[in-house]
Design a protein. Structure first.
Length: 316
């Protein structure tokens, strides 16, 4: 059996003899942030009760060259005969494959979970429990290899999602950081003449270099920013409310708080891994079935080197 490579690079399947072969640059679309937000926040369940999820391959258009017919066949397959249910479940498939439903093309091979309708933490590449982080009330982890984030409370996974980190020529810095100041809306300093690039739900993690987490348009292809970390709107808004900003002696909030002396750092943030060359590859492609890649976290958060002078000056 030969499995064709996904044209978008999100699957990047050339299994068996062709593994490791270079693929052409993928076309990119934009993540539907409203649809993704609905998926990430629905069906909250007890973490201990979440079942294991496995994955299978699905060849899109294997029996049809007409993409409309192939799409309907996919929806029937995903919905166990119910096209409406299948169309909803296709959103999960698209997100896990880091693509969009509109970009499904005849010849693509998709990775499909064996179960749908679960708390989205069931599909997480991050561990559900982080033993090393059990003493931290809140800990945010960003993984550049996976292009994903995970929020932990006392070592328990609270939520995870997708990100776009810095492009290869402008990478997001690695290391241990803290959330510094926060602002709901901020004009990007990278805005070209005559344009205004507004960022929403802004959380600064490197004040000297102006590295933030924030909402912005998100291509399906992975690393793309000028060094900041892009989030879908629902994730950015959730993290904005969940994270704690630093405390300083300045009688001000937001970026103006940097004028004071730091008295208490904000929520710890770990930036791990390296930006992938091309699209993120969330799965290992075995002959019989795909296996979700797992993010391995450091034994202790404080083992991660400081990411800025601020962390170097203060004990972890």
């Amino acid at each position: 059996m030969t499995i064709q490579p996904h044209r978008l690079g999100s699957i990047c399947l050339v299994l068996f003899a062709a593994i490791g072969s270079p693929l052409p640059a993928p076309a990119q679309g934009l993540i539907d942030q409203e649809a993704v937000g609905d998926l990430l926040s629905r069906n909250r369940q007890a973490l201990n009760d979440l079942p294991a999820v496995h994955y299978n391959y699905y060849a899109f258009g294997a029996e049809h060259t007409n993409s409309i017919v192939a799409r309907q066949r996919l929806y029937r397959h995903l919905g166990d005969g119910d096209v409406t249910a299948g169309r909803r479940r296709a959103r999960t498939v698209a997100l896990l494959n880091r693509t969009t439903r509109r970009q499904f093309s005849v010849g693509d091979t998709l990775v499909v979970p064996t179960r749908f309708g679960l708390d989205f933490r069931a599909y997480s590449p991050f561990p559900r429990y982080y033993v090393g982080g059990h003493e931290k009330q809140k800990l945010l982890v960003l993984n550049k290899d996976m292009q994903g984030w995970a929020a932990y409370e006392y070592g328990r996974l609270e939520r995870w999602g997708i990100i776009n980190t810095g492009a290869l020529e402008t990478p997001t810095p690695n290391g241990r950081f803290n959330v510094n100041w926060k602002e709901k809306k901020r004009l990007s300093s990278e805005s070209p003449p005559g344009e205004q690039w507004w960022m929403y739900w802004v959380m600064n993690i490197h004040d000297g270099r102006g590295i933030h987490l924030h909402q912005y348009a998100m291509p399906t292809g992975g690393p793309t920013s000028h060094g900041c970390v892009r989030l879908v709107n629902s994730d950015a808004k959730w993290l904005y409310g969940w994270t704690e900003a630093w405390e300083t002696t300045a009688d001000a909030s937001g970026s103006a708080s940097r004028q004071g002396r730091l008295t208490d750092p904000g929520t710890m943030v770990l930036v791990l891994g390296e930006e992938p060359t091309g699209d993120p590859r969330p799965f290992r492609y075995k002959q019989r079935y795909p296996i979700l890649r797992r993010v391995h976290l450091p034994a202790q958060p404080c083992h991660v080197p400081p990411g800025s002078p601020q962390q170097k000056r203060r004990p972890c």
